[in-house]
Design a protein around this ligand. Sequence first.
Ligand SMILES: Cc1cc2nc3c(=O)[nH]c(=O)nc-3n(C[C@H](O)[C@H](O)[C@H](O)COP(=O)(O)OP(=O)(O)OC[C@H]3O[C@@H](n4cnc5c(N)ncnc54)[C@H](O)[C@@H]3O)c2cc1C
Length: 166
Amino acid sequence: MGTKAEFGPYFLSPHFSAQILPLLENKGFNANPEDILGIMVKIADEANGKINSDRSVEKPLTERDLGLLKEGYEKSVEVLVEAGVDPSSIVSTPIRGAHPGGTAAIGKVVDSNLETKIKGLFIADTSVIPQAPGRPPILTVTALAKRLAQIIEERTEIETKSPLTA
Ligand SMILES: Cc1cc2nc3c(=O)[nH]c(=O)nc-3n(C[C@H](O)[C@H](O)[C@H](O)COP(=O)(O)OP(=O)(O)OC[C@H]3O[C@@H](n4cnc5c(N)ncnc54)[C@H](O)[C@@H]3O)c2cc1C
């Protein structure tokens, strides 16, 4: 069980990563996984980056992103030390990307009805979220899917009731 703490554009939540074990070993600590107290820093990063035609992904971190990660790291150290963790045993895993999105953003690739320039071709997944919410996206994805279902239903009703198709 755990709780998360919100700090505006980033939040901290309990997290375990197997990557922590070798990092601790390098520092001379032989810890069991159940002895580890881990915190994840999740930021709302800036909307940059792209997917290239060869399927490679570019996602450079901006100065603001790095600043937020640093702030979150420092706040995590504060929390861990307060919880009784030996400061010399604190390690940090490499920065990882999660919850990718924004590659077909509303306002750029799709309109507010989630439709592309090709009539009848819709997108309803994390790719349409224009700005990272900095929070887990699954509820937003579910809401987008429900919204699109409603749009398609309404449109189908209009088309089937139209005198031209009757
Ligand atoms: C380890 C992990 C933990 C996570 N934990 C959380 C969490 O706790 N809370 C939260 O809110 N979010 C969490 N997420 C994020 C969340 O799961 C994703 O952001 C979300 O599922 C994205 O939804 P999506 O519809 O955009 O993409 P996906 O869920 O990835 O759906 C894309 C679908 O398209 C299919 N597909 C791909 N290519 C093709 C193709 N060519 N033809 C046909 N089908 C194709 C795939 O098989 C897949 O089913 C987590 C993600 C991971 C990886």
